[in-house]
Write a protein of this length. Structure first.
Length: 258
């Protein structure tokens, strides 16, 4: 009996030790992430703080970019795109062609390894916190925190109790209230049911009007209404034009996710 209990105790201790070791490993990797120093400073005192609002011209020039976690996999390979203020551009291309990466670079979530991302003709080394008031991103999964959402309705943590269509409509309403100079829409209408899609689409049309907008969309109607369509493949723009001119070239717009 004593031998059996002692044996069990040793076995338990051994498994606890291995759990502890795993725990230490996990904690170490969390701290490694927390300790990582970013070169992108939100409150850079030397960063340019635009006095008035931005006019919203966006310029990407010869951008080369790979994610830090996969430095030898180039995502953008000399990507260039110029958007005049108040104009809209739709980015289309197959899954993984780099559309969301471009949105991330305009937000300056990352810096390119080569080339430049400019807003109003100035390198994006702005005082980021002040610029982010003027650049608004509406994505597929907007984050809403627990609390009332302005309509005196309890929305739950991360808005989990709201259906996707309503979350997106709230995100768009917030975007309108911030009156941004640059609007970034990354699949803001995807995976919605027919009715929500229509309402969200109409709301977007209104907010896009006269505002610099970069749209990643899978609805042909949204793409068609953009001033310009840029087709991406292998990290560069392979075709550019409006819907009519691209159709005339016999180009079919690839649906995102294909
Ligand atoms: N955080 C990341 N770390 C490493 N690689 C990434 C990261 N995000 C995206 N990638 C890779 O970069 C490439 C471009 O991805 P991106 O998300 O920009 O494509 P996308 O055109 O938006 O695709 P989708 O239509 O599926 O949304 C892909 O090969 C993807 O696997
Ligand atoms: Mg994407």
């Amino acid at each position: 009996m004593i031998v059996v209990s002692t044996g069990r105790f040793i076995a338990d201790a051994a498994s606890t030790t291995s759990d502890l070791a795993k725990g230490f490993d996990s904690v170490a990797s969390v701290f490694a992430v927390l300790d990582r120093v970013t070169a992108i400073e939100q409150e850079d005192p030397d960063g340019h703080q635009p006095k008035s609002s931005l006019s919203g011209a966006v310029d990407l020039r010869g951008v080369e970019f790979a994610y830090a976690s996969r430095p030898d996999v180039p995502v953008l390979c000399g990507f260039s795109l110029s958007i005049q203020d108040g104009r809209s551009v739709a980015l289309v291309g197959s899954s993984g062609s780099g559309k969301s990466t471009i949105i991330g670079l305009v937000e300056r979530f990352y810096d390119p390894q080569r080339g430049a991302v400019q807003i109003d003709g100035r390198d994006i080394a702005y005082h980021l916190r002040s610029v982010h008031q003027k650049i608004v991103l509406v994505g597929q999964e907007p984050t809403l925190f627990a609390g009332t959402n302005g309509y005196d309705t309890w929305s739950g943590e991360w808005g989990v109790q709201l259906p996707g269509g309503q979350k997106r409509r709230i995100a768009i309403a917030r975007a309108i209230l911030r009156n941004p100079s640059i609007l970034l829409l990354d699949e803001a209408t995807s995976a919605l049911d027919g009715q929500s899609e229509k309402v969200v689409h109409e709301a977007l049309e209104r907010v896009m009007d006269g505002r610099t907008t970069v749209v990643v969309a899978d609805m042909l109607s949204t793409i068609r209404n953009c001033n310009e369509i840029a087709v991406l493949a292998k990290g560069v723009v392979v075709e550019k034009g409006n819907h009519v001119s691209l159709m005339a070239k016999g180009l079919t717009i690839p649906r995102q996710g294909d």
